[in-house]
Design a binder for this molecule. Structure first.
Ligand SMILES: *Cc1c(COP(=O)(O)O)cnc(C)c1O
Length: 429
């Protein structure tokens, strides 16, 4: 039986000085109840907590640790670089190197700008799209997450589905009116929005494979349809590849699904575990960005040498080892196929969505294709499932609305141990 005493008392301490005890809400376990575990360290596929429990990690820091934790080459590069100073606010050759490296892996993009988070990347991409098109409105999809910038914290309003309203206090009605909401995988709705807002849509922003309502795949023709609508209406297509970039393929979803975006945003894997985001586009679009053009964007720590070293080393490793992607695919498929018989035997309603190393399990018999169907999942079951896995040493995302992210340090034995925990946990549901 696992003990959580130290985590529990550390959580109490944290709550006194940090709102909710965490620096990002999902970590607080609010969706699943119980006490979040506090980590001491992580290595390869494993997380170690303050009570000396070990977990097989299925979130990989929400994506970045695609090769497992504390990869020796990444850690070595960071250590070596730290001795040379950790921030200058003055250019380094390293920034050009990682830009070249990233652009060599990603299709259709000429230039890239580095920032410090996925949020910043998406926020800047939208500003750039607005500056480039001279238009103000943005189409986003319910259930897609693009970080916590105001323009993205929009939910479906009470009236027409596409009329957005703020889903967080602090987001103004003025901001909300410029973000138009559509249902994921619903091309007709997007076409209607374009029709109702002639010459006003600057861009569509979309997670080409959604990972923030569980894993939700684009239906055949959906992304291609968005591409055509953007072309027909002079709007830009922004792929938010913060999760999918360098994860689904070296070139992310653009490569994996063969659809071209005008602007792509990155984060997570591109920083190798340090705080990095980036956005890339064609040269004529990027020419609008300061200091070349009028669209302002900046960052004191952008291009930070420590972060750039970690990211560069990660990207080089992935390029040198393309077999990582097939290996991750196989591991995720193995998990998927062997979960099915346990679920069938239990006679429980479920949906499993998977692409590459992204996978999620929803307890519902309705296919999960958008936010509405994702929300049909039985959350009471999910809570018991999450805690059943956790106490058996498997760390899953502590919310039914998050995808699992496999890392390549997970071994065959880890997968079998996970499946054993899975079969035992299902018996308790
Ligand atoms: C994580 C995420 C973001 C936000 O990135 P942060 O680094 O957390 O700011 C944006 N878009 C997607 C698709 C994400 O998964």
């Amino acid at each position: 039986m696992m003990q959580y005493q130290r985590s529990s008392s550390l959580f109490s301490e944290a709550q006194k000085v940090i709102p909710g005890g965490v620096n990002s809400p999902v970590r607080a376990f609010k969706a699943v109840g119980g006490t979040p575990v506090f980590l001491t360290h992580a290595k390869g596929a494993y997380l170690f907590d303050e009570d000396n429990n070990r977990y097989i990690d299925f979130i990989a820091s929400w994506g970045p640790m695609i090769l497992g934790h504390a990869h020796p080459q990444v850690v070595e590069a960071i250590k070596e670089r730290a001795d040379k100073g950790t921030s200058y606010g003055i250019p380094t050759a390293l920034e050009t190197q990682i830009a070249q490296q990233a652009l060599s892996m990603v299709p259709h993009m000429d230039q890239i700008r580095f920032v410090n988070s996925g949020t910043e990347a998406c926020m800047s991409a939208v500003r750039l799209a607005r500056g480039f098109t001279g238009r103000e409105k943005l189409i986003k999809f319910a259930g897609c997450y693009h970080g916590h910038a105001d323009a993205f914290l929009i939910q479906a309003g009470s009236g027409a589905v596409t009329f957005g309203s703020p889903n967080s206090p602090g987001v103004t009605a003025g901001t909300a009116k410029d973000t138009l909401l559509a249902q994921y995988n619903n091309l007709d709705q997007v076409a209607e929005i374009f029709k109702a807002n002639p010459n006003q849509i600057a861009a569509i922003i979309v997670e080409p494979v959604a990972g923030n309502m569980g894993c939700v795949l684009p239906k055949k023709g959906f992304l291609e349809g968005l591409r055509s609508l953007c072309d027909a209406h002079g709007a830009l297509l922004i792929f938010d590849e913060v999760m999918t970039g360098f994860r689904l393929a070296p070139g992310g979803a653009q490569e994996c699904l063969s659809v071209r975006a005008d602007i792509a945003t990155y984060g997570k894997v591109i920083g190798g575990g340090l705080p990095v985001g980036a956005f890339a586009a064609r040269k004529d679009i990027m020419a609008f960005l300061a200091p070349l053009g009028p669209v302002y964007q900046a960052g004191t720590l952008s291009g930070n040498p420590l972060a750039m070293t970690a990211g560069l080393t990660m990207l080089q490793l992935l390029q040198a080892h393309p077999e990582t992607y097939t290996s991750l695919d196989k591991k995720t498929e193995y998990l998927h196929l062997r979960m099915i018989p346990f679920l069938e035997q239990k006679g429980i309603a479920y949906q499993i969505n998977r692409l590459g190393s992204m996978i999620s399990l929803h307890f519902t018999d309705t296919p999960v294709e958008d936010f509405e169907t994702a929300a049909k999942g039985n959350n009471t079951l999910f809570k018991t499932y999450f805690h059943g896995m956790l106490k058996r040493g498997v760390y899953l995302p502590p919310s039914a609305f998050e995808s699992y992210f496999l890392n390549d340090a997970i071994s065959q034995q880890d997968l079998d141990q996970t499946l054993d925990a899975f079969s035992k946990t299902l018996k308790e549901l």
